[in-house]
Ligand binder design. Structure first.
Ligand code: FES
Length: 377
């Protein structure tokens, strides 16, 4: 038990060495809003939404980067704190295309937005993550819009060239979570910050599209993006958060057992994300786990066993017939040539339990050690 305490909103709370004010607040269910903070990555303190008032400090401090120090007296919701957060949110809303909060801004009315969105000119005005945007959530929570500041247009065009991810620089708030997800979480080192000032942008080496870069399309950056700057191509304008249900499952691709959320809408999977609080992947997924769910709906899927006839043609069979045939063939081979004439290769897509049963079948029932596991996925 720690003997060091800080006070947050009048509550005396213990902390451990190395914890930030945000860590202590979260551990004690005291809400502090964040935008750039990414769990398990080095805090950058770039957005300033998480500022708090610390007695004796000359200015407000970012709670995500400020270490807890014995005797600190912190206020997370003072008038000064609220005003600072509002200003940060207003500035972010005034830079780029955040049209969910356009009402009351200098840029135009909802009516104009709808007209532009319906123009069919490919301008894609409506935000694809409406209802699942951290900035939108904060704008509503703190009741701010982009009205006070001059609007800044982002000059970079939409990047639609990539097979799985759409990059919309006009919605990017340069929080850097995608950079950390790529470099610190997945350690792919494919993206970073580029240019300076108003021209600042998240770039790949040589500022090329993702498809021409070192990107492996794990989609960790998409999951980390708190706004609509990075979205799954397949889910864009299809997935609507308030219409979908989340179903937890285990990834079917390899034996690691990564935990996934299937986002199911009208009975179909429309996107997949990692379960942040779940071992072993802690929210991370690979390209197959995140994007490879189309096979479920493929017309080419085998739905019944097929038995090859003597003439080489396949015919449909029942499971009983197919399994009886396989069992008879196994028996025949063992009777004629002994158990070591058999060998089994367990599928890498199987769960550990299935692979365990497969080796039991070969070792305990067939009496051979000719059993292996396919390493390729
Ligand atoms: Fe702390 Fe962004 S969350 S500065």
């Amino acid at each position: 038990m720690s003997d060091q305490f800080i006070t947050i909103n009048g509550l005396e709370l213990p902390f451990k060495a190395g914890q930030t004010i945000l860590d202590v607040a979260r551990e004690n269910n005291i809400p502090i809003p964040t935008l750039c903070h990414l769990k398990d990555a080095t805090p950058t303190g770039s957005c300033r939404v998480c500022v708090v008032e610390v007695k004796g400090a000359r200015s407000l401090l970012a709670s995500c980067t400020t270490p807890a120090v014995k005797g600190m007296d912190v206020k997370t919701e003072s008038a000064q704190v609220i005003q600072a957060r509002k200003t940060v949110i207003e500035l972010l809303l005034s830079s780029g295309n955040h049209n969910c909060a356009i009402s009351g801004s200098n840029k135009g009315s909802w009516e104009n937005l709808q007209l532009r969105a319906n123009a069919g000119d490919g301008s894609q005005e409506l935000c694809p993550v409406w209802g699942d945007c951290r900035l939108q959530e904060l704008a509503y929570q703190y009741q701010v819009n982009a009205g006070r500041y001059e609007h800044t247009e982002i000059p970079y065009p939409l990047e639609l060239k990539n097979p799985l991810i759409v990059r919309d620089f006009s919605r990017c708030i340069r929080c850097g979570r995608c950079v950390q997800a790529c470099n610190e979480v997945q350690v792919n080192q494919a993206i970073s910050y580029g240019y300076r000032g108003y021209d600042s942008k998240i770039v790949t080496g040589g500022d090329r599209p993702l498809i021409e870069s070192d990107c492996v399309f794990c989609g960790e950056c998409v999951q980390a993006c708190p706004v609509g700057a990075l979205v799954e191509k397949k889910a864009r304008y299809v997935w609507r958060p308030w219409k979908s249900q989340k179903v937890r499952t285990t990834c079917p691709y390899c034996g690691v057992g990564c935990q996934q959320w299937l986002h199911v809408q009208d009975g179909k999977i429309v996107k997949v994300t990692g379960v942040e609080e779940g071992a072993p992947n802690k929210g991370r997924l690979c390209i197959k786990g995140r994007f490879g769910y189309d096979f479920i709906y493929s017309e080419d899927r085998l739905k019944t066993p097929l038995i090859r006839e003597k003439n080489g043609e396949f015919r449909e069979a029942s499971w009983d017939e197919a399994l009886d045939l396989v069992a008879d063939k196994f028996k025949q081979i063992i009777d004629e040539s002994g158990p070591d004439a058999l060998a089994g290769v367990s599928c890498a897509r199987s769960i550990n339990e299935d692979s365990y049963f497969m080796q039991k079948l070969f070792r305990a029932v067939f009496k051979t050690n000719n059993i292996d596991h396919c390493a390729r996925t």
